[in-house]
Design a protein around this ligand. Structure first.
Ligand SMILES: NC(=O)c1ccc[n+]([C@@H]2O[C@H](COP(=O)([O-])OP(=O)(O)OC[C@H]3O[C@@H](n4cnc5c(N)ncnc54)[C@H](OP(=O)(O)O)[C@@H]3O)[C@@H](O)[C@H]2O)c1
Length: 263
């Protein structure tokens, strides 16, 4: 694999583990997140590694700032070879407590943030006739999951965006990939109170992503068992699908819990 590689959301979790994994291979990684302290800690942790981490603090919801990062990189380091648009967030929302601001927030980060990254990268990669763009979606994008109407919506949207871009940009030598992880242990999932089947460590996820970035396959998804289960769920007849997803409604989204909380 060749660098430099730009990773958004590299301050914690999957993005951080991927940055360290690639720096271990000797690559230059440009690491973005909003929290400068997380990026400084990442730089410190990579000091003894053969590669380099260059911190670029950034809020991906700021389109001009995204363009600014790419313009700076182009001038200083040269354009990245690979861009991993990973920054994202999740906030569960029981449907009975429908909250449009949860949608606003998750669509701004998960979809808007990726679109801002694409807007900065695509024209430059097309002009150069080379580059690889990997977008982090989720297996939650395969099926609308209970309490995740906003999150599943954003991730399903990202998968469709990548499916659309892939053949189109291939004409210009630009490879588009979609990364759909299952449950990975990160600060994001540490907040979950429900059981997470086939939970993976972030280092294992980073390993799968790094290997996937060396291939030309469209989708990088793991762990396989969860990914296949959800792919099968997606194509089931609707009554059967909803019978199964109903079983995944957490107790705190059930009528009894809402009654107790006065909702
Ligand atoms: N963990 C899982 O089980 C799992 C499963 C499937 C998909 N995913 C996806 O994988 C990606 C990473 O998830 P994670 O679990 O590693 O999350 P995480 O532990 O919460 O880390 C998210 C990273 O993104 C950054 N970020 C958030 N909002 C940002 C913004 N507006 N601008 C720039 N950076 C921002 C955060 O830093 P700051 O807050 O400092 O900006 C942080 O560095 C997300 O897209 C998530 O949806 C995760």
């Amino acid at each position: 694999m060749r660098g430099p590689i730009w990773i958004t959301g590299a301050g914690r979790g999957i993005g951080r583990a991927l940055a360290l994994r690639l720096a271990r291979e000797g690559l230059t990684v440009i690491a973005s997140a909003r929290t400068a302290g997380d990026l400084q800690a990442l730089v410190r942790d990579a000091e003894s590694l053969p590669g380099r981490i260059l911190p670029e603090p950034l809020d991906v919801t700021d389109r001009e700032a995204c363009a600014g990062v790419l313009a700076r990189l182009e001038a200083a380091e040269g354009l990245p070879e690979i861009v991993v648009l990973n920054a994202g967030s999740h906030q569960p929302m029981p449907a009975a407590r429908f909250d449009a601001t949860v949608f606003d927030r998750l669509y701004a980060i998960n979809v808007g943030g990726v679109v801002n990254g694409l807007a900065a990268v695509v024209p430059r990669f097309v002009a150069r006739r080379r580059g690889r763009i990997a977008v982090v979606a989720s297996v939650a994008g395969y099926v609308g999951l209970p309490t995740a109407a906003a999150y599943s919506g954003t991730k399903a949207g990202l998968i469709a965006v990548c499916e659309s871009l892939r053949p189109d940009l291939a004409q210009f030598g630009v490879t588009v990939q979609v990364i759909s992880p299952g449950f990975v242990k990160t600060p994001l999932t540490d907040r979950n109170e429900f059981p997470m089947p086939f939970l993976m460590e972030a280092d294992a996820a980073a390993d799968r992503i790094a290997k996937g970035l060396e291939s030309d396959r469209f989708e990088i998804t793991f762990p396989r068992r969860l990914s296949w289960l959800l792919k099968v769920l997606r194509v089931l007849p609707h009554p059967l699908k909803f019978m199964l997803t109903k079983g995944a409604i957490p107790d705190d989204a059930k009528p009894a819990a809402l009654k107790e909380s006065g909702s």
